[in-house]
Design a protein. Structure first.
Length: 121
């Protein structure tokens, strides 16, 4: 019965790739500030993946956020590669690729080599 609900949820969400289904939702990472690089004592980064759209931002005024759409260009094992399009925000442009590594055992993500990102409740 649980499999039925999982299949139904995937069908309704539009996500068909198991890795894309896993990353849907809000993810958060916090790290201590690196001496001399940031004025803050810690850096907080947030990503939201929602059925083909994404939003990402950081805590700091000098780290602008971005939003846009993505398409899957690679998914194998625990790795997912998204290509961005219709992107708004500084520092990224259409065609930019986001590399995500999924650690299901730890319920965490690494995004662009940064992490672990934890799922927000």
């Amino acid at each position: 019965m649980a499999l039925f609900w999982l299949v139904t949820a995937v069908g309704l969400s539009g996500c068909t790739d198991k890795n894309e289904v896993y990353v849907q939702g809000d993810w958060f990472f916090s790290a201590p500030g690196v001496g001399g690089i940031t004025r803050q004592t810690s850096v907080h980064t947030y990503w939201n993946f929602d059925d083909g759209t994404l939003v990402a931002h950081s805590c700091c005024e000098d780290r602008p956020g971005m939003s846009g759409h993505y398409r899957i260009v690679g998914s194998e094992g625990n790795s997912l590669v998204l290509e961005l399009f219709s992107v708004k925000g500084d520092g990224v442009e259409d065609g930019y690729q986001v590399q995500i590594v999924i650690d299901r055992a730890a319920e965490a993500l690494s995004i662009q080599g940064v992490g672990p990102f934890s799922r927000m409740p």
